[in-house]
Design a protein around this ligand. Structure first.
Ligand code: SAM
Length: 1010
């Protein structure tokens, strides 16, 4: 490779990125995840880090251009005064040894991307709790709070600029100045344009063109970044924020709208606007929306910080007013003129006892509120065949009337089986009944029984013809299909459906009145109104859940499918309180417009097409950063039809090409969903692999630099398929990193590395012809061994290290068109991946010298933790440089058998299976370590001291080193880890006590590393 490596091909601050990424999922206000539901959104910190590291060179690479090194040095060097923010760690905080981190430019660049804060460092070293918004240092690029920090962003953009233009002949300093000059031109043009009075109504072409030109000339000197699978837009959003010429694409028309809403419109239109007071009044005349304080001091002009946010709010309020006129009468107010926050409703089954036929509410839980001391329940009052309720305070012991869909009749005690209830549901649907009305008062939520008016009103709502778009089997439909809920429109009760249809009508009516010359701006406003309907539809189905323990409402799609629900909350459109109010749904959108409006650079959201379609010239893309579907994990097209149905109604006039199909396109979706292939798993897999390969081939053709792929796969199968597609498309893998992005990230104790999220960097490559298996295998071994040492010094351990080695191993054989065995047969990619895994494992063990049982224990722990694995795996790994018989692993309880699976033996399991563990004369080190841990956990200190005296009295004894390795590799929350930490913490004291013990010493075997 004649180009220097990019940072992502050499090192990544994966621990820091993982920690901030996990936190990202909990952030709400202003985060694009609150704009619109999309499944499997990538966390923004991971996206930002991957984009940045895919664009900047490794400063330690001998081929790295001098000017980039100079620029990086200027930006990241120790300042003459003040805090040295990017100083590498004195001791890497997440390793248990003292690991010094060299102060070089590569490490400083890593610290710029993300560095743990001083508090976190202390917390990690002392195993103390870490405060979420202080995980990273205040100057880390990927920290949530820094997404609008202009100084920090400027430095990130300067670094990208300096790297991208490093061959221009300018010095590092000149490149920084050049960047700043181009950026300054944008700022000046923005000032001129955004401050020009009445720009929203009176076109000022010159100023607008000037701004567009200054942005375009800046972007022309920044790399082109493309995401073919952009989904909810996380990757393009971060690439744009970093000042890149960014393009996003997704096959799904719903994703296209979300991307516009998150990555294009706010950055383009969410800006300041100034009006004459007169003009403002004309536009927003005589409306309670006009904030009085805008007119203070008789100012001649009025300035709005973010006009897009302002206008979306204004027109949304207009929609709400109109909607209230259309449907307000179906949501009666109470005597205090208040709307409820929600209604509590339940579906009804008919008792199948022919002599009863009572209408039974399918209730499993009678509490409407069960929050601490506040307990309110529905007490049944049965009168003949009639079931009524009163609301009572306190506890109850009423048995559920519904259990797994089987309904017990409270009148005749007959059980109507689930399948019969389903039949009733399929034959015309289950009616629903209004059980309670929920009001928000000064004393919290108040529950009332529905009065006559509230019940009567339900019968007056007109019944509309419903749209007929179908739900898909086994995916979005999930369990609901067997209940006859096979069309998206069947997810709503009559009032909800009527209200949503009227809301669409209101949006269309209000949109037609928006009189703005800039049609794209008008389209932006209307798009948010459409997005708002989607948000509202989420909280307006019969499939939400009312959590009575917390009094909160969880909308549908808590999971990636729709589960059947019998009792549910129904929101009231016109309340101003509560998380699911229509107003609150709007606020979530407005917050995103506000936050993202602070950036200048928007993503070009390419028209929806399948990723293999060429969108750029050969090698025009500088970096592709993407996140393909995870095999069969999520049925995007099926699920998103929920929204497509509404968006098509509200927005197709503005997006004629986006909504041409009846439902979202399914055939070209790159997923392995067997229900799209007549239930045939093989065909589904083949489709996924072929599609992914085609897309990667097209990417390879269009991309010049690095292709970075984030993949949150669930299985080895999915991972091999991904690697296959990459390698079959003439790309070669150049690095792989385990970056955790899921909430339950904490050490993934019981999971193997293959089930965590991996980011792979790849490059278009010219293949070397046919490789010889033996030579390739040797090269793989050498390369990986070399990499282990390098990554170890950066704090990589265990499965993180293994994943990183794996990428290096694959890159060796990925150089060849194919690899052949001595007999001329081809080595399959599966075999090659296996080889890479073995090489990585072997390289890990080489760093650890000891007896073979101990080596195996440590290596296996790195690879699999305590996960159950297939029986064959043990045999495979003993072949890798170890001289042990697999049967002996079971005899020694290193591995514990469980049917045809096995898992690693923990300290206590091993000691209880063999009470004399570690008592022999020729013990393996792991046995001694486990015996010492056992004794440390028991109250008899003398026994422990004696054992140490005979087996590990020397501070350099291998047993202590094995304990150190265990501390690094064991999951933090298990007993073994606590004991090993305890022993190491007290090591000096224990050895001192052992030394002063007067036991006569027999001849002992030496336990040292060779
Ligand atoms: C894992 S998601 C991307 C999520 C995204 N990174 C985010 O943060 O929201 C994968 C995306 O690939 C899209 N997709 C599936 N098949 C595709 C194809 N053939 N071409 C383009 N996009 C496709 C899906 O619609 C989905 O949005």
């Amino acid at each position: 490779m004649s180009e220097p490596k990019k940072l992502i091909e050499v090192a990544m601050p994966i621990k820091e990125i993982s920690a901030e990424s996990v936190r990202d999922k909990t952030i709400r206000s202003g985060h694009i995840q609150t704009l619109h539901k999309w499944w499997a959104r990538r966390p923004l910190p991971a996206c930002s880090a991957v984009v940045f590291c895919s664009l900047v060179d490794d400063p330690l690479d001998p081929k790295c251009n001098k000017s980039f090194i100079e620029a990086a040095d200027i930006i990241l060097k120790k300042p003459e005064a003040g805090i040295d923010y990017y100083k590498p760690y004195i001791d890497i905080p997440y390793t248990s040894n003292i690991d010094l981190m060299e102060d070089n430019l590569r490490n400083r660049l890593l610290m710029f991307v993300s560095k743990f804060s001083e508090n976190t460092i202390k917390g990690l070293i002392n195993s103390k709790a870490i405060i979420p918004n202080e995980i990273l240092s205040s100057k880390s690029l990927i920290k949530w709070e820094n997404k609008t920090d202009n100084d920090l962003l400027k430095n990130a953009r300067r670094l990208i600029w300096a790297c991208y233009n490093s061959k221009s002949g300018l010095s590092g300093n000149d490149l920084i100045n050049e960047h700043d000059a181009f950026f300054e031109k944008i700022k000046v043009a923005e000032q001129n344009y955004y401050n020009s009075v009445n720009r929203i109504t009176d076109e000022n072409i010159k100023l607008k063109d000037n701004l567009d030109k200054s942005i375009n000339s800046y972007l022309a000197k920044m790399p082109l970044v493309f995401d073919p699978f952009a989904g909810g837009g996380a990757i393009p959003l971060e690439a744009s924020r970093l000042g890149c010429r960014t393009h996003g694409n997704d096959i799904n028309p719903v994703a296209h709208i979300i991307q516009l809403g998150g990555t294009y419109f706010p950055q383009k239109f969410g800006k300041k606007a100034v009006f004459t007071t007169q003009k403002y009044k004309e536009l927003y005349a005589n409306n309670e929306f006009i904030k009085n304080n805008l007119f203070e001091d008789n100012k001649e002009t009025i300035s709005i910080d973010n006009i897009l946010k302002h206008d979306v709010e204004y027109y949304a309020n207009e929609v709400l007013k109109l909607l209230e006129e259309k449907v307000g009468q179906y949501y009666p107010k109470n005597k205090d003129n208040q709307y409820p926050v929600a209604y509590y409703r339940v579906k009804i089954a008919t008792c199948n006892n022919p002599s009863c036929k009572a209408e039974v509410p399918i209730l499993r839980n009678f509490y409407v509120c069960n929050k601490g001391e506040k307990k309110i329940f529905l007490k049944p009052i049965i009168n003949g065949k009639e079931i009524n309720f009163s609301l009572e305070k306190g506890e109850h012991n009423i048995s559920p009337w519904s259990n797994r869909g089987n309904v017990t009749c409270p009148i005749c005690n007959n059980i109507t089986e689930n399948k019969l209830v389903k039949e009733q549901s399929r034959n015309g649907g289950l009616r629903t009944r209004l059980l309670a009305i929920i009001y928000e008062t000064q004393n919290g939520k108040e529950y009332q029984l529905p009065d006559h008016l509230n019940i009567e009103v339900l019968n007056k709502i007109p019944i509309l013809d419903r749209s007929s778009e179908k739900m898909q089997k086994n995916s979005a439909g999930g369990d609901t299909l067997s209940w006859g809920i096979d069309q998206w429109s069947k997810m709503f009760n009559n009032r909800q459906y009527y209200t949503l249809e009227k809301m669409v009508e209101s949006v269309i009516e209000i949109s037609s009145k928006i009189n703005i010359y800039d049609l794209e701006y008008k389209k932006a406003i209307v798009t948010y109104l459409g997005i708002w309907i989607d948000r509202v539809s989420l909280v307006s189905t019969e499939f939400g859940v009312y959590n009575t323990l917390q009094e909160i409402f969880s909308p549908v799609f808590g999971r990636q499918a729709i589960a059947m629900v019998f009792d549910y909350p129904e929101s009231c459109p016109f309340t101003n309180v509560g998380g699911v109010s229509f107003k609150n749904q709007l606020d979530l959108i407005l917050n995103v417009i506000e936050v993202e409006g602070k950036s200048q650079f928007y993503t070009q959201c390419n028209h929806t097409s399948s990723g293999e379609k060429y969108q750029f010239k050969a090698k025009e893309i500088d970096a592709t950063v993407t996140d393909p579907p995870y095999y069969d994990a999520i049925a995007y097209a099926d699920l998103s039809d929920f929204f497509y149905v509404w968006l098509k109604k509200s927005l197709s006039e503005h997006y004629p090409y986006n909504f041409t199909t009846y439902q979202t396109p399914k055939d070209d979706e790159c997923t392995a969903l067997k229900h799209h292939h007549d239930g045939n798993e093989g065909k589904a897999k083949e489709h996924f692999q072929n599609k992914l390969t085609q897309i990667f081939k097209s990417i390879e053709y269009q991309t010049n630099g690095v292709v970075s792929i984030m993949f949150a796969h669930q299985s080895t199968e999915a991972w091999s398929t991904l690697c296959n597609s990459i390698l079959n498309s003439s790309l070669n893998i150049t690095g792989s990193w385990a970056i955790d992005t899921e909430v339950n990230y904490a050490m993934k104790a019981e999971k193997s590395y293959l089930s965590s999220s991996v980011t792979v960097s790849a490059r278009p490559s010219i293949k070397l012809g046919i490789g010889n298996y033996k030579n390739v295998k040797e090269d793989v071994g050498l390369k990986v061994a070399e990499k282990v040492n390098e990554l170890y010094t950066l704090g990589f351990r265990g499965s993180d290290l293994l994943t990183a080695c794996f990428g290096q191993a694959v890159s060796e054989f990925g150089k060849y068109i194919k690899v052949e065995k001595a007999d001329g047969s081809d080595v399959t990619i599966k075999e090659l991946l296996e080889m890479a895994k073995e090489a990585a494992f072997n390289a890990l063990l080489k760093g650890f010298q000891g007896d073979d049982f101990t080596k195996f224990y440590i290596g296996w722990l790195q690879l699999n933790g305590f996960l159950e694995t297939e029986f064959d795996d043990a045999a495979k790994f003993t072949k890798v440089g170890l001289n042990i018989n697999v049967q002996d692993l079971f005899k020694e309880y290193i591995l514990i058998k469980n049917g045809n699976k096995q898992s690693l033996g923990r300290m206590r399991e091993r000691n209880s299976q063999n009470v004399r563990l570690g008592d022999g004369t020729n013990n393996s080190i792991i046995d001694v370590a486990h015996k010492t841990m056992m004794l440390y956990s028991s109250p008899n200190r003398n026994k422990l001291i004696k054992y140490i005296e005979f087996n590990a009295i020397d501070p350099d004894n291998s047993m202590w080193r094995v304990l150190t390795s265990l501390v690094e590799l064991l999951p933090k929350d298990i007993e073994d880890h606590k004991l090993a930490v305890g022993l190491l913490t007290n090591k000096d004291q224990l050895i001192r006590e052992a030394k002063s013990s007067n036991t006569p010493k027999p001849e002992q075997s030496k336990l040292t590393f060779e």
